[in-house]
Design a protein around this ligand. Structure first.
Ligand SMILES: [Zn+2]
Ligand SMILES: [Zn+2]
Length: 395
């Protein structure tokens, strides 16, 4: 497997960085230690560093040659609110917080590429190494864009990568078009007069209304959305009541909508509002509805996807790069960057899912074997997209 030799030489260093980050996980917008570590390493490599975008975000800039063409490479740094159960030597030392999505590995692979590219400078142009906070739930990618990421660091394209359990080590998966779904949240609050549980006729019952509403919401995917569009509407929280003999005055439902076509946002929002108002009216209760924190689908543009495939093939070989993966209904806030600039988000194989241990599992750990593969992919991408005149990507 043609991992770049120089990167293979410092595999042990990358492992040590990854284990350090893994042992000290930090949640959204609190990645202070991680952000310091990243900035310090980039400075050590001789890379110009900007800090403070979206709070803990870091951007390293490396210029080489005379071209002003620029690309962005992005990694995420945040961890999840999970108590780690791996028992590994580098397990989390922060109780209840864990790198269960491999962002420790993503940060490390991009640092590895930064080190290699700063040493070899075998490209002509500008690379912005983007380390973002708060990918999980808190829209750090959006905040970086709003904080002027692409105004301060203009790029012709932006690239992202995520480890993918279930895809073999030494393989990549990608596709042009949508690869990760949109993720919108909604909340429906049902309010009523409540009642004595033995005398429901004296009040209104938000629990019965909530039951009917949960059932009715299932018709949105089956009857409102086009059967040929991929759509998920899931109710994930039901809160109401606190004892046996009182019909409560309030029930709160929360959930998420997933889809790939941006125009479906309005269709789903309108349908949820219509159904909740209709069911509420039928039960004589009131509803308040909000639709919020929308994350757009991650949509890969054609030309950057070709660049990503070419770089992945250089590292993994033609047979190990799938160009037609089935997109995931999971979401990725890199969608905000892809909505702002053309780009490509690729999956790097993390090896088989054993005993159900995948992303967001308390027993998941990023596979150290793929660190040099990911760092080589980033490096080949830069060297092939921003070639030196007459230059060739190093092997
Ligand atoms: Zn995740
Ligand atoms: Zn993730």
């Amino acid at each position: 497997m043609p991992i770049i030799n120089r990167i293979a030489e410092f595999h042990a260093d990358m492992k040590a960085w990854r284990h350090d980050i893994h042992a000290h996980p930090e949640m959204a917008f609190r990645e202070h230690r991680t952000s310091d570590l990243v900035a310090k390493k980039l400075e050590e490599f001789g890379i110009e560093v900007a800090r403070g975008l979206a709070g803990t975000g870091v951007v390293g800039t490396l210029r080489c040659g005379t071209s002003d063409r620029a690309i962005g490479l992005r990694a995420d740094m945040d961890a999840l609110p999970i108590r780690e159960k791996t028992r590994s030597a580098h397990a989390s030392t922060h109780d209840g917080v864990m790198h269960a999505c491999g962002h420790d590995g993503h940060t490390t692979m991009l640092l590895g590429a930064a080190r290699y590219l700063a040493e070899t400078r075998n490209f002509d142009g500008v690379v912005h190494f983007i380390f973002q906070p708060a990918e999980e739930n808190e829209c750090g990618g959006q905040k970086m864009v709003e904080d002027g990421l692409f105004a301060r660091f203009p790029v012709e394209a932006v690239y992202g990568m995520h480890n993918w359990p279930g895809v073999p080590v030494g393989s990549f998966g990608v596709r042009a078009g949508p690869i990760m779904a949109a993720d919108d949240k909604f909340e429906i609050t049902i309010t009523s007069r409540g009642a004595h549980a033995a005398m429901p006729h004296l009040g209104d019952d938000p629990i019965v209304a909530a039951g009917a509403l949960i059932g009715a919401i299932q018709t949105i995917v089956s009857r409102t959305a086009n059967p040929q569009d991929e759509v998920v509407v899931s109710i994930t929280q039901v809160h109401g009541g606190n004892t046996w003999n009182i019909v409560p005055e309030e029930v709160v439902l929360r959930g998420t909508c997933r889809y790939f076509k941006p125009e479906l946002r309005k269709v789903l929002e309108d349908a949820l509002l219509r159904v909740s108002q209709g069911v509420a009216a039928a039960h004589g209760v009131a509803t308040a509805f909000s639709y919020y924190k929308p994350i757009p689908p991650a949509v890969n543009a054609e030309a950057p996807t070709k660049n990503a495939v070419r770089a992945a093939v250089m590292v993994a070989g033609d047979a190990n790069v799938r160009r037609d993966v089935v997109p995931s209904m999971g979401c990725e806030d890199f969608g905000f960057m892809l909505a702002a600039r053309p780009g490509c988000y690729i999956w790097i194989g993390n090896g088989p899912i054993v005993d159900g241990v995948g992303l967001h599992s308390s027993r998941y750990d990023f596979n150290d074997d793929i660190l040099p593969l990911g760092a080589s992919y980033w490096s080949k991408l830069v060297e092939s997209v921003l070639p030196r005149s007459g230059g060739r990507p190093a092997v």
